[in-house]
Each structure stands twice: as structure tokens, then as C-alpha cells.
Design a protein around this ligand. Structure first.
Ligand code: PSV
Ligand code: MN
Length: 393
């Protein structure tokens, strides 16, 4: 096993944690409360700080403006201080233009100009937030769409989106990027305004040069070849980042790699092959977008980061020099064998070595469990999460 390749790969892999993955969330059928879940932004930073402390791979936390900035732009100093206190900096900033009642028929695609303006104002506030916090990526996801054929003008909505995103883009500066996320359906069940990577790509291109596409692995139909989308976006210099999670049926928010680890490996492989051939490092934000309603929040994140590291390390083991000529000569069995050999390598001993070399615990999950942090959180937050009738002790 090429340990050096694995060390280099792990040194370069940063995984951004979603603040919303630490709070109590559920499905539309209800929530099962966890006594130790984060109840406010400070606790989300504290929990993300734990994941970073034990894995050494998660220096930033993605923030959702509506959920993490209770006083809008006035919360900026407070959030900044939390980043310093807990050792994880604010990462991507996610405007939220899908929850307020005014967004019933959409945000930037709403036929009512006043609603479009309100959505744009919120996104511009988000740009101010990212500027003041020094975060780089504005992560845009829109629930916009319609539920019944013929009820919305698809072309008008597309044009309104394009106009607004161009304006937002013109207010961005420095190294800031705009990431446009797509999703085929849900919450809209007839049409979604930015439904697939082609629409996201066109929208990003129209917005300006700092706009790129964000690939959420859960936002695809069942048989979609996601690594092909990734390869195309790389060729077009339009891959901005990922929201990792796994899916079995739809946008299930399951743990990354829990259903199809080979797919994540194939995605990483396309990126590494691109980097090998071009000699360029992809400018890609690796983010998690999972909110677990049954697993312990912090443990689920540690498990996810460990999975990401394993699959990334395996992809780093693909022998590119051997693979490229095999592709050209169409030696199919041997070419595929390059991937299979790497995927079936047990990289865990090398990852443990890497952790030791960084002064990290060899087993982050065990170290977290031994720390007693969760028990403390359950004691301190239990009442808020479960009410006076709590029976979690
Ligand atoms: C929507 O399903 C999504 O993937 C977007 O990225 C949101 O920001 C996130 O989930 C949380 O709702
Ligand atoms: Mn997402």
C-alpha cells in the first residue's frame, strides 16, 4: 500500500460540517428528540468543534442564515466570536428563501415582484454576512417550483432567476464564489426551477465567472451516473463543491457511503484522475449535508468524516499511470481492475498512522465516547430538548 499517497490525500481533504446536522430534526411525520442535540448556534459550533478536534479534518461549519443568525446581520459579531471560541470557522453561507410564508409560490421565481425582491434582499444580506465573516462560498438552494401543470410560467421564472442571480453576483468580490445547487423534486412535485446539473450550469454561467455548480449527491434520480456529471463539470471548470449524503430512494439524507460507497469512490476517482492529468488541484468545497434524526448527531458526523477519509484514501490509491494506457488500449478487465484493486484495499491502518502523525486519536469515535462530552451535553441540554418529563438519564 502506498502510504505516502494516502497521507498526502488526507492532508488535503477538508470536510465542511452542516450546522443543521447537530440540531433536532425529523421527517414530516415527526421528530424523535435527542437530549444532547444542539439547541442554538453556540451549541452547534461547540459540537462541530468536537468533530474537528477528534478527526482533524473539519475546520469549517456551513451556516444557514435563518437558523443560525437569529438577528440577521446583527448576529454577525456573535457568530464570528463562536468561530474563534470553538476552533471551527464559519464556512459556506446558506441563505434560506424557502421557509417563510411569503415563499409559498417561490422566491426568486415568484410571480410577485415584491416577493422576488424580499428573497434577493435576504441573499444580499447573506453576501454581507459572508464578507464580514471572511467565508468564501455562498451556497444557493431554492425550493422554487410548482405542483400542478400549467400553473406557472416556467420561462418567466427562469428569466427572473437569471436576473436576480446576476445582480447578486455583481455584489460579490475577492475570492468569493456563488454555488448553485440543483434538485429534481421536493418540495415541488411537478416542476422545480433549478432541477438538474444542466440548469444549474446554465444559471451559474449566466450569473458570472465566480458562479459554479454544487452537486448534492442526494439530488439525483435513482440511476443517475453522478461521477459522469462530476467529470463533465470538471472539464468545464464548473464544479464548485459537494453536499455529501447517501440515498436509497430519494433525497434520504442517509450517511455518506452507507448505501453505495463505490459511488463515492468513483466520484473521488474522477476528481483525482482529472488532477493527475491536468496537474491542477480542483477548487472543490467538500461539504456534508445530512441531518440524522435517529443516529446521535456528533457520532453520525464523526462516522461520516471517517467514511469520507477512507473513500478518498482508496481513490488516491488508483494507479493513474497504469490506468491511462489501459483506457486507450481498451483493456477493459485490467482498467477496471485498477479501480477495484484500490477500492478493495484496507486503508484503515494507514489512516490510523496518519492520525498518529498529526497527534490525533487513532480511533476518533472511541476517543469522543471516552471524552464524556455527550453525557455533559445531555445533562445541560436535556431539559430544553425533552422538557421536564425527560426520561433520558
Ligand atoms: C435541500 O434539500 C438541501 O439539500 C439544501 O442544500 C439545503 O440548504 C439543505 O438541504 C438543508 O435544508
Ligand atoms: Mn444540499
Amino acid at each position: 500500500m502506498n502510504t505516502e499517497k494516502i497521507f498526502l490525500a488526507l492532508d488535503s481533504l477538508h470536510v465542511e460540517l452542516p450546522s443543521w446536522g447537530f440540531a433536532n430534526t425529523g421527517t414530516r411525520f415527526g421528530k424523535f428528540q435527542q437530549a444532547g442535540a444542539a439547541t442554538n448556534t453556540e451549541e452547534k459550533f461547540a459540537d462541530a468543534g468536537q468533530v474537528h478536534a477528534f478527526t482533524g479534518a473539519c475546520p469549517t461549519v456551513a451556516l444557514h442564515v435563518l437558523w443560525d443568525f437569529p438577528n440577521g446581520v446583527d448576529s454577525i459579531p456573535e457568530v464570528n466570536a463562536l468561530g474563534n471560541k470553538y476552533g471551527v470557522r464559519p464556512g459556506s453561507i446558506n441563505p434560506n428563501v424557502f421557509q417563510d410564508q411569503i415563499y409559498k409560490h417561490g422566491s426568486l421565481g415568484n410571480p410577485d415582484a415584491a416577493v422576488r425582491d424580499a428573497a434577493k434582499a435576504h441573499i444580499l444580506d447573506s453576501v454581507r454576512i459572508m464578507t464580514e465573516l471572511g467565508s468564501r462560498d455562498l451556497s444557493l438552494w431554492f425550493a422554487d417550483g410548482s405542483n400542478y401543470p400549467g400553473t406557472q410560467n416556467i420561462r418567466h421564472r427562469r428569466a427572473w432567476f437569471e436576473q436576480a442571480l446576476k445582480e447578486v453576483h455583481s455584489k460579490m468580490s475577492g475570492n468569493q464564489r456563488m454555488l448553485v445547487e440543483y434538485k429534481p423534486f421536493e418540495p415541488a412535485f411537478y416542476h422545480t426551477d433549478i432541477a438538474d446539473w444542466g440548469m444549474a450550469l446554465l444559471m451559474a454561467r449566466a450569473s458570472g465567472e465566480r458562479a459554479k455548480v454544487l452537486v448534492d449527491t442526494g439530488h439525483h434520480y435513482q440511476a443517475q451516473n453522478i461521477e459522469q456529471i462530476v467529470a463533465w463539470l470538471l472539464s468545464e471548470d464548473m464544479l464548485g463543491g459537494f453536499h455529501f449524503n447517501d440515498r436509497r430512494y430519494a433525497d434520504d439524507d442517509l450517511t455518506m457511503g452507507s448505501i453505495d460507497p463505490y459511488q463515492v469512490f468513483r466520484i473521488f476517482h474522477e476528481i483525482m484522475l482529472f488532477e493527475f492529468e491536468t496537474g491542477k488541484r480542483g477548487d472543490i468545497a467538500y461539504m456534508i449535508d445530512q441531518s440524522h434524526n435517529l443516529k446521535g448527531k456528533i457520532e453520525a458526523m464523526i462516522q461520516t468524516v471517517e467514511t469520507a477519509q477512507e473513500l478518498y484514501a482508496k481513490a488516491a490509491l488508483v494507479d493513474h499511470k497504469k490506468l491511462l494506457p489501459l483506457q486507450t488500449s481498451c483493456e477493459l478487465v485490467d482498467a477496471e481492475g485498477c479501480l477495484k484493486d484500490a477500492f478493495s484495499t484496507d486503508v484503515r491502518p494507514a489512516i490510523r498512522e496518519w492520525r498518529k502523525s498529526k497527534g490525533l486519536a487513532e480511533n476518533p469515535m472511541a476517543a469522543f465516547r471516552e471524552s464524556g462530552y455527550l453525557q455533559r451535553a445531555e445533562r445541560e441540554r436535556g431539559e430544553k430538548n425533552m422538557g421536564a418529563v425527560a426520561s433520558y438519564a
